[in-house]
Design a protein around this ligand. Structure first.
Ligand SMILES: [Zn+2]
Ligand SMILES: [Zn+2]
Length: 566
């Protein structure tokens, strides 16, 4: 597929039209970023990252490619944040400058979590953060934006209602209809019903759990499970969960408190997020529940619960180091209990099962998703999605937040509820959709994609470099060194072959000799007249060795010839 256009190439909009341009999150889980444009002005919904997949060797993070917005950053009025998960706020520190540093609107906890990220990138003073409350309306040029409360696996989550010149757009954000959330803050069905009465042009709704029948369990069920497990557990208890799941942390602390255990918090993000949540009043825990390492050592193991990160088996996390007996302060002993209160995120299964194996080997009793009810999802299942569709009664529906199969499934759900197919639109990243009083149209696709972050480099590693890394990882490296006389082209030193991840030196001595002989032959064929073309010679050496290793060993290493002139 050739994609060449950017948003500047798109036709100017009719004053009563609105353009939806997804730049991430439609066709993948992660990288959520959507641009909404009317009367020449743009608001962005979320700006998230994605963790690298196994084939992305050495990549730390992935952020959305925003080159489609090049030349339009002056028109961006605001970034609207639905909630504080990484896949919604994580790309901001990397892209804020490129986006022209527009004001960022979100609820207190969302901005609190973002502030920590901005501090890590020394951007705190520069970013303009605007705190909003649910049901609060903000005027942003041609848009009137209202945040409405949704329940999710992080506190202070919101959906968005955008009044635009073309009509009302409702975006659910990530949500579930938990009737008994830990903080009592249910999804604002009243507002959703009111929007439905007012008339909704477009609904965009979370598709993550559309394949699940029925209803997602309430977060409170996890509290009940913890209250069962914690009092009858032996030894020290280690509980791992996501540091952003404040309700889960609340319930873990409550269970510890009820069972007479003190809580030691381990892991940088866990310590940081608990401090933010307590400061903003989202986590209610008595001061004396928390203990430090010194106090922990004075207490019997049966009176301690360690709250930690590392539920995904991340190699550097606190829990993995504890499991490998590689933690400076914390030790796991036979008879201790470990609870992994989190989902096995696809792609992490191997790391998590390795972690569980290590924990079991040390004699711990391990509880995890498939053995106990110690995790529930934060996303709505089919019955909840149907409730939202029937309340909002949109004219158009665009499924969001999912891989293509989730989007397709969600479209089917909408059609099954009586929506005509021509108004259920499955679009992917880079596909602009224009809605106006005359109907809708899909415009030519614009550039989208992924930008890789490796260390301090953002975007310098591309698909080509990743291909080299994969090649190196799969086939190893062969370096050929030689020095040639500048005028005669005769060999002064070498050739010499050095390999990495590709054994030749020991058992392969006859093959190595043969390879060197081939290089010498290639050089001889190239004698004087070709001396000017070192590059040609390099290519020739590479080709010769490539054919040789392919024929003799059925291997295709990365071959790099170095030729020095003397
Ligand atoms: Zn999300
Ligand atoms: Zn989320």
């Amino acid at each position: 597929m050739t994609q060449t256009a950017t948003a500047t190439d798109l036709a100017p909009l009719h004053p009563d039209a609105v353009r939806i341009l997804p730049l991430g999150g439609l066709g993948e889980i992660g990288l959520n970023l959507m641009a909404i444009e009317a009367r020449g002005e743009i608001v962005l919904i979320d700006c998230g990252l994605m963790f690298p997949e196994a084939y992305m060797f050495g990549i730390d993070l992935v952020v959305p490619d925003i080159s489609a917005l090049a030349g339009r950053t002056g028109d961006i009025r605001a970034i609207l944040l639905t909630h504080g998960h990484e896949d919604h706020i994580g790309a901001i520190p990397f892209l804020l400058k490129e986006l022209g540093n527009p004001p960022i609107y979100g609820t207190a906890l969302t901005l609190g979590l973002l502030r920590t990220k901005l501090e890590e990138h020394s951007l705190t003073g520069k970013a303009r953060l605007e705190t909003v409350l649910p049901r609060q309306s903000i005027e942003l040029g041609p848009f009137e934006v209202e945040f409405f409360r949704v329940a999710h696996s992080i506190v202070d989550g919101c959906g968005l209602a955008l009044r635009t010149p073309a009509g009302l757009i409702v975006h659910t954000g990530d949500f579930k209809l938990d009737p008994t959330p830990v903080d009592g803050q249910t999804t604002d069905l009243g507002r959703l019903a009111a929007y439905g009465e007012e008339g909704v042009l477009l609904l965009m709704a979370d598709s993550t759990n559309v394949e699940r029948l029925g209803q997602t369990l309430s977060e409170r069920t996890v509290g009940e499970a913890l209250n069962n497990i914690v009092p009858r557990s032996s030894g020290m208890i280690f509980v791992a969960t996501f540091s952003s799941n404040i309700h889960r942390i609340q319930q873990i602390c409550d269970a510890a408190h009820a069972a007479g255990r003190s809580v030691l918090v381990s892991g940088r993000s866990m310590v940081g997020n608990i401090a933010i949540a307590r400061q903003l009043g989202y986590l209610r825990v008595p001061d004396e529940l928390f203990i430090d390492l010194r106090r922990m050592r004075e207490l019997p193991r049966e009176q301690v619960l360690v709250l930690t990160t590392g539920s995904q088996g991340e190699p550097l996390s606190s829990l993995t180091r504890i499991a490998m007996a590689d933690h400076k302060q914390l030790e796991l002993l036979p008879g201790d209990t470990v609870i992994l209160s989190a989902k096995f995120i696809p792609g992490n299964e191997r790391a998590i099962t390795d972690l569980i194996n290590h924990l079991c080997r040390r004699g711990a009793e391990v509880h995890y998703e498939t053995t106990s009810e110690i995790h529930v999802s934060g996303h709505a299942s089919q019955d909840e999605l149907k409730t939202v569709h029937s309340l909002v009664k949109p004219h158009y529906f665009v499924p969001v937040h999912g891989e293509y199969r989730h989007l397709a499934h969600h479209a089917r759900l909408a059609r099954s509820m009586g929506m005509p197919s021509e108004r259920v639109l499955v679009i992917e990243n880079g596909q602009p959709l224009v809605l106006s009083p005359n109907g809708h149209r899909l415009e030519a696709r614009v550039d989208t994609g992924r930008v890789f972050v490796d260390g301090k480099g953002v975007g310098d590693i591309g698909e080509m470099e990743l291909r080299d890394r994969r090649h190196l990882a799969n086939h190893g490296l062969v370096l050929v060194f030689m020095a040639l006389n500048q005028s005669t082209g005769e060999i002064v030193t070498g050739p010499e072959i050095v390999t990495r991840g590709f054994v030749l030196e020991m058992d392969g001595q006859p093959l190595l000799d043969e390879a060197l002989e081939l290089v010498r032959d290639t050089l001889a064929d190239h004698s004087r007249e070709a001396v000017a073309g070192w590059e040609e010679l390099r290519v020739e050496v590479r080709k010769t060795l490539h054919r040789f290793f392919n024929r003799t060993m059925d291997r295709r290493p990365l071959i790099i010839p170095f030729i020095m002139e003397l």
